[in-house]
Design a protein around this ligand. Structure first.
Ligand SMILES: NC(=O)c1ccc[n+]([C@@H]2O[C@H](COP(=O)([O-])OP(=O)(O)OC[C@H]3O[C@@H](n4cnc5c(N)ncnc54)[C@H](OP(=O)(O)O)[C@@H]3O)[C@@H](O)[C@H]2O)c1
Length: 277
């Protein structure tokens, strides 16, 4: 893996998180080429990671320059830019290249249709905690992917957190859980902080109480690998205060609300997929 040559097309928040995982994983910085739109973004990548970075606003052929000779090509541009970028690279891409796309809603079939038949395509759906190596990434193979190429993708994303492999027809569903999930958690935190303030705590204390509770509970479950229902029961004494609060949450049909929210996200993912075709 150390000698693998990589092109990262689109090096914004996700591209940079994966780039930083690759560097930590031992891929030589001399073997990584990254692209951005703005010159200042490219300059800052080159400075921070010591990689070669090209900006399309300065070099319109930045993407094809980066792809020439690369064994792995990571597509981390916005979904709306994927097709234009595939058009730019299709004539220079290596015959045995592996393309890994993190672009939401763009299928491997669509990507494969723009590239030579010998090029393999994998789709991955990471989430933002990848920025601190605590991500979880769903990985799906395309129609031309070998077991070795899948293993390469798993190894790459393991540098930014955990991975699961799944059939591509489940990747939109996965994105409604782990992809959007951090936003749900931040929303709970926002609401919980506002509740703490309504109970009379200052903003600073509310923030501390709530964020530390989320961190502590998450760490407890991660370290014990426990059943969440069991852990909840352990802090819920019969007829105690927590029991009263949980009963109110149950009356509010939290389960139905989750299902409704993720179903809405899934319907939108399907619409976006159609828009990309
Ligand atoms: N962020 C997430 O949590 C997340 C999770 C899963 C999947 N994804 C997927 O990851 C992809 C990137 O998302 P992001 O959040 O990282 O977006 P972002 O921060 O806006 O990054 C986009 C990057 O693409 C560059 N760019 C724009 N047009 C380009 C072009 N024609 N050629 C090369 N580079 C170009 C931008 O350059 P400048 O910086 O110079 O403008 C920027 O570096 C999306 O497809 C998204 O669906 C993101």
């Amino acid at each position: 893996m150390q000698d693998t040559t990589v092109a990262i097309l689109g090096s914004g928040s996700m591209g940079t998180a994966i780039l930083s995982g690759m560097v930590r994983h031992g891929i030589k910085k001399e073997h990584i080429k990254a692209t951005t739109r703005k010159v200042e973004s490219a300059d800052s990548l080159a400075k921070k990671f010591g990689v070669t970075a090209y900006a399309t606003e300065y070099q319109p052929n930045a993407n094809s320059l980066a792809v020439e000779g690369a064994q792995i090509i990571l597509l981390a541009i916005k979904p709306a830019n994927v097709i234009e970028v595939l058009e730019q690279i299709k004539s220079v891409i290596a015959k045995d290249a592996l393309v890994i796309s993190v672009a939401a809603g763009v299928t491997t079939q669509t990507i494969e249709s723009y590239l030579p038949e010998s090029v393999s395509v994998i789709r991955a759906m990471p989430n933002t905690p990848a920025l601190i190596q605590l991500g979880v990434t769903g990985i799906s193979v395309g129609s031309r992917t070998s077991a070795e190429q899948l293993a390469v993708a798993v190894e790459l994303f393991s540098a930014v957190g955990k991975t699961i492999t799944l059939p591509e027809n489940q990747i939109d569903a996965l994105s409604t859980i782990s992809g959007s999930g951090p936003a749900y958690v931040f929303y709970f935190i926002e609401e919980f902080i506002s509740t703490a303030k309504a109970m009379g705590f200052s903003q600073e204390d509310s923030y501390l109480l709530v964020t530390q509770t989320f961190l502590g509970a998450s760490e407890l479950i991660a370290q014990t690998q426990g059943d969440p229902a069991e852990l909840r029961r352990a802090v819920t004494s019969p007829n105690g205060t927590t029991m009263k609060a949980v009963a109110v949450l149950e009356e509010g049909k939290l389960h139905d609300l989750f299902l409704k929210a993720t179903t809405a996200a899934l319907a939108r993912a399907k619409e976006i997929s159609q828009e990309q075709k």
